[in-house]
Design a protein around this ligand. Structure first.
Ligand code: HEC
Ligand code: HEC
Ligand code: HEC
Length: 124
């Protein structure tokens, strides 16, 4: 009644297909994420090692300062351009893809900052 010659290979392919992410990532799981860096600028607002380690604290400081004092000034100029203490108007101007930048590391590190509940990510 059933054509097992076709069903069994079909099932095997189906199982391989749905488990693909599991076995494909096996052994690569520890590979470090590669966030896509901006192409037109070379520097971040702070030395890159500090940014890697402390961007969360920096963002929290910025938020607190902006909300408490209203002062958005930030005395860093990059390539002649002034930046403010702002997630959207600073970080996301250079790091214009949340998916290819922030998320690549965060997914890897299993963190899900709740910032995007309110702040808009750039349209991609
Ligand atoms: C003027 C453009 C610019 C702005 C504004 C900017 N960045 Fe960067 N950022 C860069 C560049 C360019 C690099 C790569 C620098 C390098 O490799 O030396 C970088 C690197 C980083 C890294 C490390 C990436 C890695 O591969 O390890 C993090 C994290 C980061 N930025 C977060 C932020 C956050 C958060 C903000 C806002 C507070 C921000 N950046 C604002 C341009 C910018
Ligand atoms: C080089 C990798 C990397 C990049 C790129 C990166 N992050 Fe992170 N981020 C991390 C890691 C790792 C943590 C968790 C750190 C910890 O728990 O100490 C984190 C945590 C955070 C947190 C705190 C979240 C929490 O729940 O504690 C915020 C906010 C944050 N990142 C914002 C950003 C934003 C915005 C961007 C994009 C502009 C970005 N990050 C890009 C690695 C990165
Ligand atoms: C409940 C909504 C909400 C959440 C969640 C939230 N914010 Fe905000 N944030 C605001 C509002 C509202 C302002 C004030 C906006 C203004 O005055 O321009 C603000 C301002 C800021 C500012 C300074 C102004 C600017 O233009 O960026 C920073 C930096 C900031 N938030 C970072 C964060 C980070 C980082 C997270 C996640 C860890 C976060 N926020 C989560 C609502 C939120």
């Amino acid at each position: 009644m059933y054509d097992s010659d076709k069903i069994i290979p079909g099932l095997i392919i189906f199982v391989l297909f749905i488990t693909f992410p599991v076995w494909y990532n096996h052994g690569d799981a520890s590979e470090v994420p590669k966030p896509e860096l901006p192409k037109d600028v070379k520097e971040c607002v702070l030395p890159v090692a500090d940014m890697r380690a402390e961007h969360m604290q920096l963002l929290n400081q910025w938020r607190d300062l902006v909300l408490r004092t209203g002062d958005r000034s930030f005395d860093v100029k990059i390539a002649g351009k002034e930046y403010q203490k702002s997630l959207m108007n600073t970080c996301m101007q250079c790091h214009s893809s949340k998916k290819k930048f922030c998320d690549r590391c965060h997914t890897y590190a299993s963190v899900t900052p709740y910032c995007w509940d309110c702040h808009l990510a750039p349209v991609e």
